[in-house]
Design a protein around this ligand. Structure first.
Ligand code: SF4
Length: 201
């Protein structure tokens, strides 16, 4: 299995090249990880820009701004009333714990495993593999994982790859790229796919 995980990575890397992920830096990564829930990055970027303009991309401002004002600033990302509360809860945690543990992040209402792991990997450079819907889709089609458990699929990656944050970062980015470009939800472009020899679809 180790060889298979490495081969898939190699083939994707050779095909797409380096991805230079994640967009943003510092606190923007944490804010973006919450705002990107159920939407795409373009909508997140609009909200981040509004927060930048009013100089509110700081823990202090996000924690203390009125929830109504915050809702308007992040409106482009959808579910803005829920996300505003989530963001403020998360900022309260970061104010007392600048580098929280996974469990502490998961205790914040609305922060699930994918959001927590994105924060740990992209903000704090911890070697944690981020699993998302694209990962389930591709690895199900490849015949590697049929289940629906985030923890089980994450364990498969982390047990079969070198425990390095840079590699986890790049692998996840390549999966996202592949799911958006070729392994589409409907009508995947299998003829063009660099993984077709490994695929059971
Ligand atoms: S061969 Fe088709 S289904 Fe399999 S990974 Fe490639 S695009 Fe997806």
């Amino acid at each position: 299995m180790k060889e298979k995980f490495s081969r898939i990575y190699r083939k994707l890397f050779e095909f797409y090249g380096k991805q230079y992920w994640w967009p943003g830096e510092g606190l923007e990564i944490v804010v973006g990880a919450v705002l990107v829930q159920q939407t795409n990055w373009k909508n997140v970027e609009k909200a981040l820009e509004k927060l930048r303009v009013v100089n509110c991309l700081s823990i202090d401002c996000l924690k203390n701004i009125s929830v109504k004002e915050l809702e308007q600033l992040i409106r482009s990302t959808g579910y803005y009333n829920i996300k505003a509360k989530r963001l403020q809860n998360l900022m309260r945690l970061l104010a007392i714990k600048p580098h929280p543990s996974r469990n502490e992040l998961l205790e914040v209402n609305g922060v699930g495993p994918e959001t927590a792991d994105s924060i740990l990997l992209y903000r704090f450079n911890e070697p944690v593999f981020v699993v998302d819907a694209y990962t389930f889709r591709i690895f199900r089609r490849l015949g590697i994982y049929e289940g629906e458990s985030y923890a089980d699929l994450q364990r498969l990656f982390m047990g079969n790859l070198q425990n390095k944050s840079q590699m986890f970062n790049e692998y996840h980015a390549l999966i996202v790229r592949h799911a958006k470009n070729i392994c589409l939800k409907t009508k995947p472009k299998c003829i063009e796919c660099p993984l077709k020899d490994d695929c059971k679809y």
